[in-house]
Design a protein. Structure first.
Length: 178
């Protein structure tokens, strides 16, 4: 099998990782799974994937951005897609800066991910909108930016935002973030 069809899935949800793995294997990929940054680093010593799918939030509050950085450092040609239930502009920008080629919000399936690999380069034809952001959208983006800064530590995020921890938890529950 050719090297560029090797895929690494970085996901701590075992059932989702297994489902995604089977789906990609049916499409001809050789797949390996890691659940943490440590596993990624260990795996990269013996495996050199051409593709990676990285969940943004790993092991409770750890960030997949560190995995994106490690993968990109290992091979700057690797096509990395960040998959997240915590979609925000702040984390999308950081993921791209760290080496991801695309950023997808959950739920996304194998077709979406494979299409994202195919759209690794930018598109100057993308339509620009005149729509301004709502206050709720701006608040949500600020919450996620702060979450990313704190490594997804809820208590520290609430402190930095000047809100009660329970208030932040309720806001996160309302968005049904997983």
């Amino acid at each position: 099998m050719e090297a560029e069809r090797h895929l690494l899935i970085v996901e701590d949800d075992v059932a989702f990782a297994r489902t995604l793995s089977r789906s990609f294997e049916r499409r001809g990929y050789a797949v390996r799974i890691a659940a943490s940054l440590d596993e990624v680093v260990t795996l990269l010593q013996q495996y050199s994937p051409g593709y990676a799918v990285v969940d943004l939030k790993l092991n409770g509050h750890a960030s997949g951005l560190a995995c994106v950085q490690a993968l990109s450092t290992h091979d700057d040609e690797m096509l990395i897609v960040v998959l997240t239930g915590f979609a925000s502009i702040a984390t999308a920008v950081e993921a791209i800066k760290l080496g991801a080629c695309h950023y997808l919000a959950k739920p996304s399936n194998t077709d979406d991910i494979e299409a994202a690999f195919g759209r690794a380069s930018g598109n100057v034809e993308v339509e620009l909108t005149n729509r301004s952001s709502s206050i709720k959208t701006l608040e949500w983006e600020r919450i996620h930016e702060t979450l990313a800064e704190t490594g997804f530590n809820i208590s520290e995020t609430a402190r930095r935002l000047g809100m009660h921890r329970r208030t932040l938890a309720r806001k996160l529950d309302k968005q049904q973030v997983k």
